[in-house]
Design a protein around this ligand. Sequence first.
Ligand code: DC
Length: 228
Amino acid sequence: MKKLTIAIDGHSSCGKSTLAKQLAAKLNYSYVDTGAMYRCVTLFAFNKDLIVNGLIDENSLVSQLNQINIHFQYNENLGKSETFLNDENVENEIRSLKISDMVSPIAKIKEVRAFLVEQQQKMGKQGGIVMDGRDIGTVVFPNADLKLFMTASVEVRAQRRFLELSETDNFASINDIKKNIEERDFIDSNREESPLRKADDAYVLDNSNLTREEQLAWILEKISNLKI
Ligand code: DC
C-alpha cells in the first residue's frame, strides 16, 4: 500500500496527538505535532521579551522568525518524540499554561502561519506521515489521503489535560484549564487566517466516550476501507 498522508484536526486537548502517535506507531509513519511548533514560536517570543502584559510585538516577532529553528527528536528512553527550539529541549516548557494562554494569539499571525506551514509541507512531502493541528486537512495537506476532525466535550478535555499536566511540573487547576480550552477554541475557530474548521471530506470523531483502543480501531477501519 502507498505511504499515506493522514491529517488530524480538531479542538484543543481532544486527544489528537494521542491518536496521531498511536497511528504513526502502528503504521510505522512519522508523526508531526504542529501545535508544538506554534508553541515554540510563543516560547521564542517570551524569551525575546516580545510579549509584555499579554501584548505581542508582532512586527519584531515577524522580523525574527528566521532565527527560529524547530526540530523533533525521538527519545528512546521515554519512547516518544520531543520538541527542540534552537537545539534546546523545550518539550515540557511549551506545555505550560503560560504558553497555552498566548499560543492562540500567536497562531493568528499570518506570517507565523506561512513560516510554519511551509516547513510542515516539506516534512510531509514523501507521505508516510500523520500530522495533527488545526489546518492540516484544509491548508497544509488539502489532498491528504485521510482526514479526521476530532472533538470531545469541554469537561472531558479539561479532565484529560489536567491529568496530563499533573504528570509534569506544570500544575494548573481544572477551572483554569477549562477556561483556556474554551478561549483557544474560540480564537482558533474565529480567526481570519486558516480558522479551525472541518474539511468537507473529513471524518468526524467525537471521542468523549471512547477509549484509546476504541479510537485507534475506529480509524484503522477507515484506513482499511480507503480506495487507493
Ligand atoms: O495542538 P495544541 O493545543 O498544542 O496547539 C496549540 C495552539 O496552536 C492552538 O491553540 C492553535 C494553534 N495551532 C494552529 O493554529 N494550527 C495548527 N496547525 C496547530 C496549532
